[in-house]
Write a protein that binds this ligand. Sequence first.
Ligand SMILES: [Zn+2]
Ligand SMILES: [Zn+2]
Length: 171
Amino acid sequence: MSKKQNPLRFNVGQIIHETPGFTKSISFEFPFYELGDDFTAKDLKGTVTFSRTQKGILLEASLSAVAATHCSRCLDATLTQTLSDFTELYAFDHRTETESGLIVPESGYIDITDLAREYLLLDTPTTPLCKPDCAGLCPICGENLNHGTCNCETRTIDPRMAKLKDLLDDE
Ligand SMILES: [Zn+2]
Ligand SMILES: [Zn+2]
């Protein structure tokens, strides 16, 4: 086989010929999986269940992955756990297709790579943190306050207090 094997591509050719109600589950686990240019998953684990229905093949997927991302507060590289469950129908023809417009490919192979990427991206937190109490960056010098302290004077005087101080100084 010259083409790179895609483990998220499943042969459903046999399921098509089963009677409605037939189901088949497949579990997989990959330590590292590139789902696209914008998404590299570590520890991609999942189970997909294909069910033969009257209208087509129903895919039920349950995925978990660790996404390599950046902390939204200190910008350090960090890993975020992502879980995604989704259900899609691959219709036998256009009369029964759903909004997703998925059709059982003539090849008999269903490739869930794009779906997995989309759903996992949707379920990845938009503001991940490297740790719940990430100290973030110093707003003045940009020092990562998780790694050490800086010498910036970050204590600010409340303007109302400043006014009071002025009054007291005048007396
Ligand atoms: Zn952080
Ligand atoms: Zn600083």
